[in-house]
Write a protein that binds this ligand. Structure first.
Ligand SMILES: C[S@@+](CC[C@H](N)C(=O)[O-])C[C@H]1O[C@@H](n2cnc3c(N)ncnc32)[C@H](O)[C@@H]1O
Length: 234
């Protein structure tokens, strides 16, 4: 049995952006707001503000800023995933969602990025929700896909909760992230500066393919210069 199924009851506590922005996600909405009030409600607003402010420039300053060959490698990888009932967790603007095949659902906490996703992936169903919990029944999907979300989760318990929740709703999860390489800090609260000059501290981890596969109890399915992806079955 996957370690993530065993960890499914761990209380979630995810902080994505800290200092200027950090946030807490809890399993149930009522519980989430209890923690938010008790711990750090202003920072929840800050993380939403970060993603809302970044929405319009996200593709240009992330995917379009990568080397073209590298970006195309990732696009081909995503397009190679089997056509199925697929959930994209933290789909953002839908840049990669558009390459998923089958019956595609995207979920994201941010309404602004979902507006962009709506235009970029008109065929997908898009759901605005903070996760966990994922607002879907057990086994609703054949595959959960998530890119550039897991590496922003700053506690082991919350990472385990994220994967356990993905495997509750899907038979397998594919996690795609930027990989560690020499000279890159393994984890840090990175300073992110948006085009309007506003600054946010964002938590980010970088793992090698082997490290990510070990941590996720899965198998490496993509290893490019910049990205790694691991598939973990339920
Ligand atoms: C770095 S972006 C990645 C977007 C997209 N997956 C990609 O690779 O281009 C992270 C996205 O995850 C979303 N997100 C972060 N934490 C979330 C949470 N707890 N629930 C739902 N969405 C979340 C953010 O709103 C943002 O759109």
């Amino acid at each position: 049995m996957s370690q993530f199924r065993q960890k499914a009851t761990i209380s979630p506590h995810i902080a994505l952006v800290h200092g200027i922005a950090s946030t807490v996600f809890a399993r149930a909405r009522a519980r989430r707001y209890f923690f938010a009030v008790a711990l750090d409600l202003p920072t929840i607003r800050a993380v939403k503000e970060y993603y809302a402010r970044r929405a319009a420039e996200y593709d240009a300053t992330s995917w379009q800023a990568f080397d073209e060959a590298e970006r195309e490698t990732v696009e081909r990888f995503v397009a190679s995933l089997p056509p199925a009932r697929v959930l994209d967790i933290g789909c953002g603007t839908g840049f990669l969602t558009q390459f998923l095949r089958g019956s595609v659902v995207g979920v994201d906490q941010n309404a602004d990025v979902l507006e962009l996703a709506r235009a970029q992936v008109p065929g997908a169903e898009l759901v605005c929700a903070e996760v966990p919990p994922l607002p879907f029944a057990d086994g609703s999907f054949d595959l959960a896909f998530s890119s550039n979300v897991y590496s922003h989760i700053d506690t082991a318990a919350a990472r385990a909760e994220f994967v356990a929740e993905a495997l509750r709703v899907a038979s397998a999860v594919v996690v795609l992230e930027q990989s560690w390489r020499p000279g890159r800090e393994r984890e840090a609260w990175e300073l992110r500066r948006l085009l309007d000059g506003s600054e946010y501290r964002v938590f980010k981890r970088y793992l090698t393919s082997d490290e990510l596969a070990h941590e996720l109890d899965g198998v490496g399915v993509l290893r490019s210069a910049e990205f790694v992806a691991v598939r973990t079955p339920r």
